[in-house]
Write a protein that binds this ligand. Structure first.
Ligand SMILES: [Zn+2]
Length: 371
């Protein structure tokens, strides 16, 4: 059920959430005795008494929509869907996006678009701890490198921008789809940036394959991972299943394939509703907290609107003591376009200008518990 948190009572850890609209399972609201504390306008004033909410409730909310258990059409095509030209896929997705843009109550009923921190709110309402630590939120900027063009643009346009503002990015590279320019990837790493693995050939099948086939596809990336020190994985199109994450736990230190709020893609109503790293299927999950460039472009948002959404979401994540994780693509039809690259630069400048609120970080530093 949807409620507006008018007051969190004597719970210092949850003060950041006052005024937010959040969603909670009706069963939890009833068990906590909060239903009578909701007024006619849907405003909830949390009573002072401790509530019977546990880590299991938080975990259940986080995992309620965390997986994309049904394969989308692209994963069932007889040919790799990358054989369809990128511009054609972009036009189809864009038509879907514009059609759906104003129907967010259907495709983002939970988690809500563009961000939903309901699981973090529930966690912080379950504790009366008063030693709330306040430190700058780590900001992890990441790229999915789906093509040679993306890799070239990363090195020519994105890295200099990031370096000029003191940031280092992590790029998840498709290891087995095209002839990889090892020299360019080596340069990325030599300049202090990180690389990770972005699936196998981006055919969107690994998550749904039979166990032996999935193992074969995952193991094919081992050479790439060892050459460039990749310790993390991001699933193509963010298609992820529990079976995939279990298999990843034996091969990587972390996964970053679950969005906080996925919106319409890859399937409606997907995401983990948290901005904090968590353990699932024996692997650390680093959620993609900000709305993705691809989805925002498909919805027809202008670069200045996208910048506004990134800044608003990042500010909320910082208040919530989460980790800001931004996913952009370096191809020209995504963030490699001059106007989008400018929005990205202004986002980085916003982060750099607010050192009290943010600190550029990397997945390795976040996993180590540092900013
Ligand atoms: Zn991709």
């Amino acid at each position: 059920m949807t409620v507006r948190l008018a007051s969190v009572g004597p719970r210092p850890a949850a003060v950041w959430a006052e005024g937010l609209v959040v969603q909670m399972p009706a069963s939890v609201v009833d068990r906590a005795g909060w239903r009578r504390a909701i007024d006619a306008d849907g405003a909830l004033r949390i009573p002072p008494e401790p509530a019977a909410i546990g880590e299991g409730d938080v975990e259940a909310l986080r995992e309620r929509r965390a997986f994309t258990d049904a394969a989308p059409a692209s994963a069932r095509m007889p040919i790799a869907y990358h054989a369809v030209p990128g511009w054609a896929r972009a036009i189809v997705a864009s038509a879907i996006g514009r059609w759906n843009r104003r129907r967010a109550d259907r495709w983002a009923s939970f988690p809500r678009w563009p961000i939903d921190l309901s699981a973090d709110v529930l966690h912080d309402l379950s504790t009366d701890a008063s030693d709330v630590e306040s430190r700058p939120a780590p900001v992890v900027v990441t790229h999915d490198i789906d093509s040679p063009e993306g890799l070239t643009n990363l090195v020519r346009r994105f890295l200099p921008l990031e370096e000029s503002l003191g940031a280092r990015s992590t790029s998840y590279v498709v290891p087995c789809a095209w002839r990889l320019d090892d020299g360019l990837v080596r340069e990325v790493v030599a300049r202090g940036h990180e690389v990770g693995v972005h699936g196998y050939d981006h055919a969107n099948r690994t998550a749904f394959a039979a166990p032996a086939e999935r193992a074969r596809r995952l193991d094919a990336a081992r050479g790439f991972a060892e050459r460039f020190g990749a310790t993390g994985y991001r699933a193509p199109s963010l298609l992820r299943t529990r079976a995939l994450l279990r298999d990843l736990s034996a091969r990587y230190r972390y996964d970053t394939s679950i969005p906080t709020s996925g919106g319409l893609f890859p399937t409606p109503n997907n995401g983990c509703a948290t901005a904090r790293p968590f353990l699932v299927e024996h692997i650390v999950e680093l959620p993609v907290t900000l709305p993705r460039d691809g989805t925002l472009r498909f919805f027809g948002h202008r670069p200045d609107e996208i910048l506004r959404m990134w800044i608003d979401c990042a500010d909320l994540v910082a208040r919530a003591r989460g980790v800001v994780v931004l996913l952009t693509h370096c191809e020209r039809r995504f963030s490699g376009h001059p106007a989008m690259l400018d929005a990205y630069r202004r986002f980085l400048e916003h982060v750099a200008a607010h050192a009290d609120r943010f600190a550029f970080s990397t997945p390795a530093r976040v996993l180590a518990g540092a900013t």
